[in-house]
Design a protein around this ligand. Structure first.
Ligand code: NAP
Length: 246
């Protein structure tokens, strides 16, 4: 894994925003280490961008430890692995869905960031980018498991900004609205029709739009910290309000 390029680690790099970010950061000159559970997909992407594919389950402490041991250095960490499961009201909450959302989005971010902070600081210009969501700022009916997890992930990320102040490490939170990826397919347990309805009648963001913003944030000069970046499709005003063409 020896390389002259600075290392960027992207979690959840096997699809969607993570895959697009891995591709984009590679184009910006980074050696990208791609982590996710589906190693076959990572291997294919990594081969195309001269990156390093490593199996990673952010919900498993041993998997995180094994992953982090294999990386020698880290200039950029993109905490992207995560997602939503279900859309049940609180009255009908599914605890397994809640646990999955907290384990991936919140504890996953905690585990990776905690393990890699020493290497990020040692790089002399570390940068942690965490992909939360507008669900970190808003709530909506049926969304409590996801919005609670994203609020918590955001609180964890923003706390680091103060705790690490004075050290050479930057923290950027990216909060996207609707992005057409496998996100809704995962949320609705493979129900393609229900997933497609989420984006019906409007032009959603695509994964490359988010990757573009992440690449912009990490290529600013070392003294510039973009703290929070909220991005939505033009047709979306909030988590609950969008303009749809018939
Ligand atoms: P996606 O295509 O479903 O990607 C999710 C990624 O997370 C996959 O690469 C998946 O890889 C990985 N992942 C899930 N569980 C994991 C685990 N236990 N360990 C390691 N990796 C895991 O959806 P996406 O839209 O790109 O989502 C990326 C991030 O953006 C998520 O945090 C999501 O909450 C956030 N976000 C999405 C939207 C949207 O509308 N799409 C909006 C706001 C925020 P494996 O299955 O291979 O492990």
């Amino acid at each position: 894994m020896s390389t002259d390029r600075p290392t960027a680690i992207v979690t959840g790099a096997s699809s969607g925003i993570g895959e697009a970010t891995a591709r984009r950061l590679s184009a910006e000159g980074f050696h990208v280490v791609l982590g996710a559970r589906r190693l076959d997909r990572l291997e294919k992407i990594a081969a195309e961008i001269d990156g390093t594919p490593l199996e990673l389950d952010v919900t498993d402490t041993e998997s995180v430890a094994a992953f982090c041991e294999q990386v020698q250095d880290c200039r950029v960490l993109v905490n992207n692995a995560g997602g939503a499961a279900g859309l049940e009201t609180v009255a009908a909450a599914d605890e397994d869905h809640w646990r999955w959302m907290w384990e991936t989005n919140v504890l996953g971010t905690l585990r990776l960031t905690k393990a890699l902070l020493p290497k990020l600081v040692a790089s002399g210009d570390g940068h942690v980018v965490t992909v939360t969501s507008i669900a970190a700022q808003e709530i909506y009916d049926g969304g409590a498991g996801y919005t609670a997890a994203k609020h918590a992930q955001s609180a964890l990320h923003r706390t680091l900004r103060g705790e690490e102040l004075g050290k050479p490490v930057r923290f950027t939170e990216v909060l996207p609205g609707m992005v057409e990826t496998d996100f809704s397919l995962v949320r609705f347990d493979g129900d393609a029709e229900r997933a497609a309805n989420v984006y019906k009648g409007l032009v959603p963001l695509v994964a490359e739009d988010v990757a573009d913003v992440i690449a912009f944030a990490v290529t600013r000069p070392a003294h510039v910290n973009l703290d929070q970046i909220v991005m939505k499709p033009r047709a979306q005003a909030s988590a609950t309000r969008a303009h749809r063409e018939p």
